[in-house]
Design a protein around this ligand. Structure first.
Ligand code: HEC
Length: 87
């Protein structure tokens, strides 16, 4: 599981989409979807990959993430990326 930025200004630059699946997922979430999934093959094993949105959950989030003030309520500023091996 990884925490991703969708605001364009991450605190930690390594928290950005790392591959095509995550980039496509963030773009879908920003256009209003609340779930992006795919079943992929990694080293011969099947994995369920999912990206879900994180809005500005609390006003206090802006204490550290100043840029979140520029987003509308409910708009995703981040995402959680899951990668789960399946049988
Ligand atoms: C006390 C300061 C603080 C508060 C309050 C805070 N964050 Fe963060 N947030 C951080 C730091 C520091 C990181 C980078 C963590 C890392 O990767 O090491 C981070 C990372 C993130 C990321 C990943 C992208 C990035 O910027 O690196 C998201 C998404 C995020 N926070 C969302 C939220 C949300 C939503 C809230 C409110 C519920 C919140 N944060 C409140 C300090 C804070």
């Amino acid at each position: 599981m990884r925490l991703l930025d969708a605001s364009g200004e991450p605190i930690n630059d390594s928290n950005v989409a790392q591959d095509e699946f995550e980039r496509e997922g963030i773009s879908k979430l920003k256009s209003g979807k609340n779930w992006h999934e795919s079943i992929v093959s990694e080293k011969g094993k099947r994995h369920l990959r999912v990206v879900t949105p994180i809005p500005v959950v609390l006003g206090k989030c802006t204490m550290c993430h100043e840029n979140y003030k520029n987003f509308k309520q409910g708009e995703p500023i981040g995402a959680i990326s899951y990668n789960i091996p399946i049988r």
